[in-house]
Design a binder for this molecule. Structure first.
Ligand SMILES: [Zn+2]
Length: 204
């Protein structure tokens, strides 16, 4: 595999180094060494302008939701970033950007991009959470495991008492949580901060 070079601004070099980036003095550039998961550094890779969220680890949630079309009970999935994840802020000045650390976990919805390592990890759990071409961007949707129709993202992520927006500990206990101990990088249009009853969900 080709070495992944990074585009690290001078004032972010310490943060990049802490995430495993190495400095190549001969070529005067930062790069991802072979033993480091590149997804944790993808925010600095030149082709990753769209990435707006990153974390050292993440959670995959699995719940059950009735399909509106066929009525079957299908598994549905979601990504939660832990406390300490970072979200990219676009500044007022052209080209200026910075990463802001969150002191709350966040549930991602309307996901537009996932680092290859994250997408591969999700494939181990399900093929039903995947990108679907919609105008103007392809969002990731949960699809019914039985009839293939897409679940409404608002119903799953932003309707209290439905999907992943649970209102009680007992409802939370029906959601299973897998902790993924590798870096997250991706892009989402919607972040729900302060995930309710995350601690009451069932750890795998
Ligand atoms: Zn269905």
């Amino acid at each position: 595999m080709a070495r992944v070079d990074l585009d690290v601004p001078y004032n972010e070099r310490t943060a990049a180094q802490q995430r495993g980036a190495r400095w190549d003095p001969e070529r005067s550039c930062w790069f991802v060494p072979e033993h480091i998961d590149p997804s944790s550094l993808i925010g600095w890779s030149p082709a990753s302008d769209i990435v707006n969220a990153r974390a050292h680890h993440y959670y995959l949630l699995e719940g059950i939701q009735a399909c509106e079309r066929c009525g079957a009970q299908s598994r549905v999935h979601a990504i939660v970033l832990p406390t300490g994840h970072e979200v990219r802020l676009q500044g007022q000045d052209e080209g200026h950007e910075e990463w802001e650390r969150s002191d709350e976990p966040s549930l991602l919805a309307f996901v537009t991009a996932l680092a290859p390592s994250v997408a591969a990890r999700i494939r181990e759990e399900t093929y039903s959470y995947r990108a679907r071409q919609t105008y103007p961007v392809a969002y990731h949707y949960n699809h019914c495991e039985f009839c293939g129709s897409a679940f409404d993202e608002y119903a799953l992520f932003a309707t209290p008492g439905h999907g992943f927006d649970v209102l009680s500990e007992s409802a939370a206990a029906a959601i299973h949580v897998t902790v993924v101990h590798s870096g997250f990088a991706g892009a989402a249009d919607h972040f729900s901060y302060g995930v309710a009853f995350l601690d009451a969900m069932t750890r795998r």
